[in-house]
Structure formats: C-alpha cells, structure tokens
Design a protein around this ligand. Sequence first.
Ligand SMILES: Cc1cc2nc3c(=O)[nH]c(=O)nc-3n(C[C@H](O)[C@H](O)[C@H](O)COP(=O)(O)OP(=O)(O)OC[C@H]3O[C@@H](n4cnc5c(N)ncnc54)[C@H](O)[C@@H]3O)c2cc1C
Length: 320
Amino acid sequence: MVLVFVEATKGQFKKTAFEAVTYGNKTAQALGTTCAALTIGTDGDAGQLGKYGASKVYNISSDNLASFDSQAYAAAIGNAAQALGAKVLILNHNSTGKALLGRLAARLNAGSVAGAKSVPVVEGNILKVKKGVFSGKATAEYAITSDVKVISLAGNEVPPEETGAAVGVESLTVDVPAPKTKVLEVNLQAGDTAPLPEAELVVSAGRGMKGPENWGIIEDLAKALGATTACSRPVADTGWRPHHEHVGQTGVAIKPNLYIAIGISGAIQHLAGVNQSKVIVVINKDPEAPFFKAADYGVVADLFDVVPKLTEAVKKFKAA
Ligand SMILES: Cc1cc2nc3c(=O)[nH]c(=O)nc-3n(C[C@H](O)[C@H](O)[C@H](O)COP(=O)(O)OP(=O)(O)OC[C@H]3O[C@@H](n4cnc5c(N)ncnc54)[C@H](O)[C@@H]3O)c2cc1C
C-alpha cells in the first residue's frame, strides 16, 4: 500500500494535499497496489481526498498532536505506516514534510528522496525517482532500494487530478508520545493571500524601490492580480519588508506560474529561489540587469512609471 500524509489548515486542504494524493495514486498504480491518505486531527472533510485517488482515508486524533511537534508527528505517522503495512510513504516537500522525512526514514529503516518531481518508475523492488538539484539547474535520478520507501513531493510538479469520489474517513489509533515542544501562539502576518511556497502568482520587488514608503504600488499590483508579495534579501535585511517575504537561495524557494520581479537585479542567489517559476516578467530600468537573461518578458523602464500603469491595465482587463 502507498500511504500519503497530508495536512489541513483550519480544516481546509490546500492544493498541495491534492497533488500529493494524486501522486500517491499514480505511484500505487505503477506498483499495482492501493493508495490511502492519512490525516491528523481533521474532520469528515478529509473524505474528499478520495476524489484524488485515495481509496481510504485514515485519521489520527490525539491530544499529543494538538500542535506540530516533529517527533510526535513522526512517531504517529511512522506507527500508522507500520500498522497499515505501507511500503511507500509520501509527504509534501513543505516545512512539515522537510521536518518529518528524515525522522520517518530513520524510524522505518527506509530509503528516502526529498523533493521528488517525477512519478516513480518501478523496477522490481526498486523505485526510481527524479528530483531537481543545484537550485533546479539539473535533474538527478535516484533509485530507492530499501523495502520501505519515503518520498516527499515538490510543489507544482504533479497537477491534482480528480479520478474518483469522496470516501469515508476511518479513525486510526496508534501510540503517540507526549510532544517535547508545544506551539504557544501563531501570529499570522501574511494576510489572506496564498503563502509564498504555494502561491501561483507572485509580485516581488527589490532595492530599486528606494524605500519601504514606496511599496504601495507593489501591493496595489499584487491586489489587482490576487498575487502574493515577495522581496529580495537586502530589502528584508534592511527591514523594508518582513523576512517571510524574502525569496532566493537563503530565503523561500518558490515555483509560481507567474513571477513579476520589479527593481531586482537578478543576482544568482536571488535566481536560485525563483528560476523554477513558469513565467518570469522583469521590470528594470537597466537593460544590462542580469535578470533579463532569465526573463520570459522584460520591460526596460522606470518602475515608478510602469507599475501603476500595469495595475490599471490589470484592473481594466479584470473588469472587462
Ligand atoms: C551567501 C549569499 C546569499 C544570498 N541570498 C540571497 C537570497 O536568498 N535572495 C536575494 O534576493 N539575495 C540574496 N543575496 C544577495 C544577492 O547577492 C543580491 O545582493 C541581492 O539579490 C540584490 O538585491 P536587489 O536586486 O534588490 O538589489 P540591487 O542589486 O541593488 O538591484 C536593484 C535593481 O533595481 C534596478 N532599479 C533601480 N531603480 C529602478 C527604477 N526606478 N526602476 C526600475 N528598476 C530600477 C537597478 O537597475 C537594479 O538592477 C545573497 C548573497 C549572498 C552573498
């Protein structure tokens, strides 16, 4: 059996959860087995995971899992995988998946691949999986040779596919140790747009903005598009924007459908976190800015002139 662990936030599943279940279903088909989903602390809504190929959905409820603790979660998920006899365990390659993958691989004595981007190819008891390496500049193929395998799926690689109908949710009881850390408070500052790692549209700005007082034009464009805002590292380092908006090698790595880079030079460390975007639009007054080499569309212009015009054009287009 292939078991897919997915998270819900405030009872809602995100697109990445449906991607993981779709991936689990395709993996199960390649192996000639079934796919089940595993959730923690969700209600009946988890049954909708059946639409994406989970033939069963299991849910673990425990006070010890009330807030995220990687050791308690790894114990619960690992014990569930063993109780259900899962041979392949799939997670999303998000902050939760990154915290759990190594722990689960150690618990289950499993080989693992973090950030897979291809459906596994089955060769006997071996699964071959591809992932991006060197900041997405190359693709490497891995063979997982252990009996039990753990894979985390990179975002935006496998589009969710509805192939079935909702299923019932079965309660699963497993041993869960007391958490060693507890989340006391979560202070959400990102507003109501999609969090950066999952955003499909991103409007990002850099030092060319001259100062934080000018960010209104970036927020206006992002609002008109329904996009999430991001920034270059020096912008976050100098406190113009919050650190959670910093994208790049040392910030958040993103893979949106559209990345608009405004007043950003396109240093290699910035590109490392954004060059997987499907379409890149660069607005910069310097025609020699390195970012233009990575751009699908480029506008050589003063951003203070072009960004408000772009916002108006988006508004008009949406109103039409
Ligand atoms: C180890 C290491 C890790 C790093 N990690 C990251 C990272 O994760 N993310 C990151 O972003 N950086 C990172 N950096 C920093 C990176 O090297 C660059 O210094 C940084 O990305 C530059 O930010 P910027 O493009 O906003 O600023 P600048 O390089 O100053 O570029 C500003 C751009 O704005 C343009 N501009 C100015 N005025 C206007 C205008 N009116 N209209 C239009 N365009 C205008 C300029 O032509 C210029 O191209 C890292 C550096 C190191 C050494």
